[in-house]
Ligand binder design. Structure first.
Ligand SMILES: Cc1cc2nc3c(=O)[nH]c(=O)nc-3n(C[C@H](O)[C@H](O)[C@H](O)COP(=O)(O)O)c2cc1C
Length: 194
């Protein structure tokens, strides 16, 4: 358990931020893989998928990598609203974020992060055919053009405006909600009914 009833909401918020920071720094951390959800503006159809937490910027912006040709990018270009879900099965808590996504493609941030993607990891962003394309045989999806470099490599920064924390406990669950009005790091919030 991480959150306790005698904590102040401010302490709980900073604990949530440190948990995410630790997850971003430790490759074996249980919360390094999280669910990222988007919503189509027209149909309202929503999609969730797992992604890897790469970095936390300014205490709460969540960074991950993707391919510019993936479905999530075309959705985010129309509707940058997204939600992120983290779960720690050992400590029994979830963190939910509502955020706006910033797309970094073929800019300085993408170039800098590309240096951290080495060897076979580059294959995730260099398939000859775009992700999601229909193919006749699985092998047809196993062709890579590593010389294309960072052509499709994309960095997504999720800037959160709401954070919810739910701690499961035998004695009674605990929940908090925080919101941020602007892009400053100033959050407000407190306990809510779990
Ligand atoms: C454990 C795991 C980690 C993943 N990490 C990423 C990731 O960091 N970035 C990414 O774009 N896709 C990642 N994927 C693949 C996505 O879940 C998804 O299948 C892919 O991005 C296509 O999604 P889209 O068509 O909705 O854009 C991961 C999948 C799994 C199972």
């Amino acid at each position: 358990m991480i959150i306790t009833p005698n904590m102040s909401p401010d302490m709980a918020l900073s604990e949530a931020q440190s948990v995410l920071k630790r997850a971003s720094l430790d490759k074996n951390h249980k919360m390094r893989i999280f669910s990222f959800s988007t919503s189509e503006p027209g149909s309202g159809e929503s999609s969730a998928r797992m992604v890897v937490l790469r970095k936390i910027i300014d205490d709460s912006t969540i960074r991950f990598y993707t391919d510019s040709r993936s479905t999530k990018i075309s959705t985010l270009r129309q509707n940058p609203n997204c939600s992120l879900l983290f779960w720690d099965p050992g400590k029994n808590f979830q963190i939910r974020l509502k955020a706006n996504a910033l797309i970094h493609h073929q800019n300085g941030i993408a170039q800098d992060e590309w240096k951290n993607v080495q060897g076979d990891s580059r294959k995730s962003y260099t398939t000859t055919l775009p992700p999601g394309e229909e193919i006749n045989r699985p092998e047809d999806g196993h062709n890579w053009d590593l010389s294309s470099g960072l052509q499709h490599f994309t960095v997504i920064d999720c800037v959160p405006f709401e954070l919810r924390w739910l701690q499961l406990r035998k004695e009674g669950h605990l929940a908090l909600r925080f919101t941020r009005c602007d892009t400053s790091e100033s959050w407000s919030g407190g306990w809510i009914v779990p």
